[in-house]
Design a protein around this ligand. Structure first.
Ligand SMILES: Nc1ncnc2c1ncn2[C@@H]1O[C@H](COP(=O)(O)OP(=O)(O)OP(=O)(O)O)[C@@H](O)[C@H]1O
Length: 727
């Protein structure tokens, strides 16, 4: 039984109107939210009047489950809801269909959204400079503008020209010209959504936030439903989410917890500075801090504190460990990624065999799913049980989307994108025939008419299979779990032919899908919910495996809020922390990367192990400590004074990043010496662990009798990924 400290208690029992708890990692923010909810329920607030909002469904549900299990007796916490912002808006729209007619529309997921924008963009869409613009780029610009409430021109500037060398006036003209081209395309996409009755992921929030702000009747009706709104991870709210919350300020009470040093979603438009202005912007609000960390030992916090102190930003945080001293974090030097994977997995096995740990005491974190792939391979080889968070998502997998397309057309008979996928599953039907069939379907006025039309189709496969399957799904329109089971049963032959030997394991995913579908009351709600939160699949897998003893492999983004006795962080190399791409994007991006590493480090309770590849492309080939530095900036002696950043230096050649054309080049050593002159070493500090005081960590160089160093492979280094086109 945990006893709250005085500060946590004061926050949980706050009597004023709105409160922001701004506190560091492991200080019990989530715990405080849980106790706050318990306190409110025990004080007589009806649980259904409390909304818990978090950034993943998993964490929102975990909070709610913990509240439910700790509140008993006369209090029934069953009706308290835990939601993401998007699923909350989905719920609001479905609860008030008269105010939100869009609740009957179909949600476009990420792929569909890009396909739909592709229709608006066409094949040869170019910007004002003649550069081809992809549908995904236009989607990103549109999404950024919606989420940050900024003008289209600002979104274009942010996403396309933030590192431009061009002068202000020239840039203004380019952006204006781009805006004139992109604006009509976005308009076309919006019109398409309206006529086809689609909403996209961002629309959910936008529609609700806008209606609440503009229409007092709707605002009153909706906001009076919730007396208390508890928001976790407040630092990750974007301006649109913040706008939504603002409508609740009058009638509800906000209780927000957050940590500016853990803000890692700026790329999605999150703006952690909103929490700095919380008390100024929210009337009747107060802010409170928590300092004592309950998770980690002091040595782990010392390293984490040091990392933040190196930042030019001020976080005003120095975490103190309530648990006292422990072991120093280790930096383990490795020769290649497989060696790293083997050291990590051997360590996990040793911890289980010799140190009385369970598998679930270990967590392996990577900057991307890619950075974990070798560890995953080693786990498979060594039969270490694991779950992977943040990797390929169940909901995005082809077989799930095939079955879902059948459910989608039942939910919205005019869902063109779903029809395209569903019809093309059948022999003899390609894109052209599917398009023709769909144009006929769009003229029909009911589901019954559509079935009749299909039964009289000239395509034999349609006559015999499709109407029957759709009819079966339709029978379970208010029982999505049954609908999935029936759909999979009736599509079994088709899918097993399509996926061949893979089908035997692919089919097991549908058990998980059925589980989650049980929490929704209709196919339409299920579709909206699962498309709505693409991370749901990972949640499901955890849900299934939570009782099992497994190692967690996770991207840092998916590990937010988690903790583990032993944490291994892979690939903490120069040009990974921060990455080459981040460096190109500028200081804000670099600082976000620092916060990523901070989030990763602060997940550890007892042991923190960082792995550094000393043979990385961007470090020298000899293994001494000083070699792990970036090399500094050089200028060409030619009149154009091109500035380059040296990222690797060998006897025969020098690899540079050209700051002007933003490309990496390998220049013969003799040419380089002749052409360039050094202008500074300010880039040295870009690798976060440069200048690390040696007393904060223990450096481990493993013995390597049997390890055959892999040749440096261009393919395996993140910096060798194809250059992003910044032109
Ligand atoms: N008063 C307390 N006494 C003992 N343990 C506590 C106390 N408060 C929190 N803890 C424990 O500290 C750990 C961290 O708590 P919690 O996850 O709530 O922190 P957090 O601030 O949300 O962390 P982060 O932001 O880093 O995810 C948990 O294991 C929690 O049970």
């Amino acid at each position: 039984m945990i006893t709250l400290n005085d500060y946590q208690k004061k926050a949980a029992e706050f009597q004023g109107k709105h409160l922001l708890v701004l506190a560091g990692a492991g200080t019990g923010k989530t715990k405080t939210i849980i106790v706050r909810a318990e306190f409110l329920i025990k004080s007589g607030v009806q649980p259904k009047k409390i909304a818990v909002l978090s950034f993943t469904r998993k964490s929102a549900q975990e909070i709610v489950e913990r509240v439910k299990s700790s509140v008993s007796g006369p209090f029934n916490a069953g009706a308290i809801s835990g939601r993401t912002f998007h699923s909350w808006c989905n719920e609001i729209m479905h609860t008030y269909p008269d105010y939100f007619p869009q609740s009957k529309y179909t949600l476009l997921d990420e792929d569909d959204r890009i396909s739909a924008m592709g229709l608006a963009v066409g094949k040869q869409f170019k910007d004002s400079q003649g550069e081809k613009l992809k549908a995904a780029t236009v989607v990103a610009i549109y999404s950024y503008a919606v989420n940050t409430l900024c003008k289209l021109s600002e979104a274009i500037k942010h996403l396309r020209y933030c590192n431009s060398d061009k002068g202000d006036e020239e840039l203004k003209i380019i952006i204006e010209n781009d805006r004139a081209l992109i604006g009509p395309v976005i308009q076309k996409y919006i019109d398409y959504k309206v006529t086809r009755r689609y909403v996209d992921y961002d629309d959910m929030l936008n529609i609700v936030a806008d209606a609440l702000q503009k229409n007092e009747v709707i605002r009153k009706a909706v906001t009076k439903r919730w007396e208390h709104i508890l928001v976790d991870e407040m630092q990750d709210t974007n301006p649109l989410q913040y706008k939504l919350l603002q409508s609740f300020i009058e009638h509800s009470k906000l209780f927000c917890v957050g940590d500016d040093a853990q803000s890692i979603y700026a790329f999605r438009g999150a703006d952690f500075k909103t929490i700095h202005s919380f008390t100024a912007n929210v009337p009747d609000s107060e802010a409170q801090k928590l300092i004592l960390n309950y998770r980690s030992t002091q040595e782990i916090l010392d390293l984490s504190n040091w990392l933040l102190e190196q930042s030019p930003l001020t976080y005003d945080k120095k975490l103190e460990a309530s648990r006292g001293q422990g072991n120093k974090p280790k930096i383990i030097h490795t020769e290649n990624d497989w060696e790293e994977a083997n050291i990590i997995t051997d360590d996990i096995i040793r911890s289980v065999n010799e140190n009385d740990c369970s598998y679930s005491d270990s967590m392996v974190l990577g900057r991307s799913s890619w950075a974990l792939s070798r560890v995953e391979g080693a786990c498979l080889q060594k039969k270490i049980p694991y779950i992977k968070l943040g990797g390929t998502q169940l909901m995005q997998s082809a077989h799930v989307r095939d079955v879902a397309s059948g459910m989608r057309v039942v939910a919205n008979n005019y869902d063109e994108i779903a029809w395209i996928r569903f019809l093309q599953l059948w022999d003899g039907i390609g894109e052209v025939s599917a398009t023709k069939i769909i144009s006929d379907i769009l003229t029909l006025s009911s589901f019954v008419e559509i079935l009749r039309y299909l039964r009289h189709s000239k395509y034999r496969t349609l006559i015999h299979s499709v109407p029957d399957i759709l009819e079966v799904i339709h029978e379970h329109i208010n029982s999505p779990a049954n609908a999935i089971r029936e759909a999979v049963d009736s599509m079994n032959d088709l899918l097993s032919k399509r996926y061949k030997e893979e089908w035997t394991y692919r089919i097991t995913d549908f058990e998980v899908l059925e589980e989650v579908a049980k929490s929704t009351g209709s196919i339409s709600e299920f579709i909206t919910e699962y498309v709505l939160d693409p991370r749901a699949d990972t949640t499901l897998k955890i849900g299934k495996e939570i009782d099992k003893d497994v190692v967690t492999l996770s991207t840092i983004h998916s590990a937010k809020g988690l903790e583990s006795k032993i944490v291994h962080i892979t690939n903490v190399n120069p040009y990974t922390y921060p990455s080459t791409r981040t460096i190109k994007e500028g200081e804000d991006a670099v600082e976000e990367e620092r916060r990523c590493l901070y989030v990763a480090m602060t997940r550890a309770k007892d042991h923190l192990k960082l792995y550094r590849n000393v043979r990385s492309l961007h470090t020298q080939f000899n293994k001494n400590e000083e070699a792990i530095h970036l090399r500094g900036t050089y200028k060409s002696k030619t009149p154009d004074e091109q500035e380059v950043l040296v990222i690797n230096s060998q006897n025969e050649s020098v690899t540079v990043f050209n700051k002007k054309n933003k490309r990496t080049e390998v220049i013969p050593r003799a040419d380089f010496n002749q052409k360039f002159v050094e202008v500074g070493k300010q880039e040295l500090s870009l690798y976060f662990l440069n200048e690390l005081p040696t007393d904060l960590v223990e450096i481990v160089v493993p013995e390597r009798e049997n390890v055959k160093p892999e040749p440096i492979s261009e393919k395996t280094d993140p910096a060798t990924l194809p250059d992003f086109n910044f032109d």
